[in-house]
Ligand binder design. Structure first.
Ligand code: ATR
Length: 279
């Protein structure tokens, strides 16, 4: 659809942000539904000024990425209770109000993305889930899993941050070096281990993998990480990193548009963009 005076504006704010796959995904969705909307990457250094600019320019919704997911919170008009508990926001909705005011609501769809991807393969309530890593992604994923009634174990290389996240979530911590002592139904890698150019990297010993029924990686470049390749060979069901990216995006799209997202079109757009970049 051609951009014109009626085009509604969306985007992603972060720094860096030029590598983001979200524009390709959301623009494919808008085009498929013939919606006059456009989604652009916006490199924002100062979040307070960035938000003022977005309000003034009439943006209707934005995704928020590193390093602004936590820093944006003080500048919102209200925040979803789960996002508040997680302490991070990845989605903003701008609602024009009478008198020219713009109300900004923040929510978090990262945890929904992980839960939706997992729920296709496993029932989360009562499952034992080993989460590798203790950064921002592990925090959102861990909160979501606990929200869904799963039992979570955090394994991390650095004990201090691993314990801190486990305390926050009210779950168990284990040092990454001792992960071979753990048995669980699901393994989720939230670290960057295995991401290009570290293609042969793997966060846990491959000998551990036959014990899991589902193995999920949040790394999507390469799409099949060594972790997923070894897991598939060990007979586990696997979930690739595009699944979480896609489902968190679908939740954003549906929040912004109130319409069912064209999931297959959005996934295909992501896959084609990854292939284009790899060529
Ligand atoms: P994000 O916000 O994407 O989760 P992050 O906050 O930088 O990113 O967190 C990265 C996570 O990956 C951390 O848990 C980190 O472990 P440490 O706390 O020990 O730093 C983990 N990580 C990164 N590289 C790793 C590696 N080579 N081996 C094990 N864990 C690694």
């Amino acid at each position: 659809m051609a951009i014109d005076g009626k085009t509604e504006l969306y985007g992603i704010i972060g720094n860096p942000v030029r590598h983001s796959l979200s524009p390709v995904m959301h623009n494919a969705g808008f085009a498929d539904l013939a919606m006059n909307r456009a989604y652009v990457p916006l490199e924002v250094k100062n979040i307070k000024e960035g938000l003022t600019g977005l309000r003034a320019l009439g943006f209707r919704g934005v995704s928020v990425t590193v390093p602004h997911k936590e820093a944006v919170i003080p500048f919102l008009d209200d925040i979803d209770p789960v996002a508040e508990k997680i302490g991070a926001v990845n989605t903003l909705v701008f609602q024009p109000r009478q008198g020219g005011q713009v109300h900004v609501h923040g929510l978090n769809t990262d945890w929904l993305g992980a839960n939706t991807a997992l729920a296709e393969k496993v029932s989360l309530a009562g499952s034992r889930i080993l989460v590798i890593g203790a950064g921002g992604s592990a925090k959102a994923v861990g909160f979501g899993l606990i929200e869904a009634g799963a039992e979570v174990i955090i394994a991390n290389r650095t004990a201090e941050s691993g314990k801190a996240l486990a305390d926050l979530l009210g779950c168990t911590f284990i040092p990454l070096a001792e992960v071979t002592n753990v048995s669980a139904d699901v393994l989720i890698n939230t670290t960057s281990v295995g991401m290009e150019p570290d293609n042969e990297g793997i966060a846990v010993p491959p000998s551990l993998l036959p014990g899991f029924s589902v193995v999920m990686d949040i790394v999507y470049a390469p799409l099949e990480t060594r972790l997923l390749r070894e897991a598939r060979a060990a007979g586990c069901q696997t979930i690739d990193g595009l699944a979480m990216l896609l489902y968190q995006g679908i939740a954003q799209f549906e929040t912004w548009t109130g319409k069912k997202a064209p999931q297959d079109v959005m996934r295909l757009a992501l896959e084609e963009e990854l292939q284009r970049r790899a060529a």
